[in-house]
Design a protein around this ligand. Structure first.
Ligand SMILES: [Zn+2]
Length: 245
């Protein structure tokens, strides 16, 4: 990979929604090779959020919203982790050791943080600053996807809202999704939002008191284009209702 460690889609989008996608790509930057992992491992959920980038881009188009997407695998640096987090560059992920991350030197951690992690977050800051300068109050929507199996257990939730304290958008979204009656919705399951663990929503939205959502789509539902369109529509339909009431 060369060039920017992030991309911004629809930068001039007029919606107050600011979409972010921390784990959009499984790309390895120049000089990082394959981190010692096989092609098959680099295609797994440990390297990225399968399907999340496409869902994010569908939503950016539908709502005319800007979207910032990381372009570096989370095995190189996890853009949703704080600098001090041991999983910023995981030595082991879902049972798979990452050879290049064993006993990672402090200066290499800092290099990844400065070269990839922080430029992505500066791009988000720039989008938010433009919204604020234009008199809009940004609504931060963080798009993730989750593996259908973890530690040998199947996850029943097809979509999940992750929140901490601030339920302004997550509660009505949960209600709207459940009112459909045909999907299994996780309320802080399998994950909650945690300002000590998550980086992006706490730093960009919670710190400023901005409304926000963090959503997880189950990867088997969004791995293919048809599912990506279907779930973008389901989520987008509910979001449209929630934001208009
Ligand atoms: Zn993710």
């Amino acid at each position: 990979m060369s060039g920017q460690p992030f991309r911004v889609v629809n930068a001039g989008g007029r919606s107050p929604i600011v979409l972010i996608c921390d784990h959009a790509s499984n790309r390895m930057p120049n000089g990082y090779g394959d981190l010692g992992l096989s092609e098959a491992e680099r295609q797994r959920h440990i390297a990225w959020d399968i399907g999340a980038a496409a869902v994010c881009e569908h939503l950016a188009a539908r709502f005319d919203a800007p979207a910032a997407l990381s372009q570096v695998s989370r095995l190189v640096v996890d853009c949703n982790r704080h600098f001090t987090d041991a999983n910023l560059a995981p030595a082991i992920s879902d049972g798979t050791p990452v050879p290049a991350n064993q006993n990672l030197a402090e200066d290499e951690r800092r290099r990844r943080w400065e070269q990839f992690h922080q430029p992505y977050h500066q791009a988000i800051e720039d989008v938010i600053a433009r919204k604020l300068a234009g008199g809009q109050e940004p609504i931060v929507v963080s798009i993730h996807s989750m593996t259908p199996m973890m530690n040998g257990r199947a996850r029943p939730w097809q979509i999940a809202m992750c929140w901490q304290e601030d339920e302004r958008l997550s509660r009505p979204m949960l209600n709207a999704l459940r009112a459909r009656g045909d999907i299994v919705v996780g309320d802080n399951e399998p994950y909650s939002l945690d300002r000590n663990e998550d980086y992006s929503v706490p730093v960009h939205a919670m710190r400023r008191g901005l409304r926000h959502l963090q959503v997880e789509f189950r990867q088997d539902e969004v791995a293919e284009p048809a599912g990506q369109r279907r779930w973008s529509t389901i989520f987008g339909d509910c979001l449209k209702v929630v934001l208009s009431t």
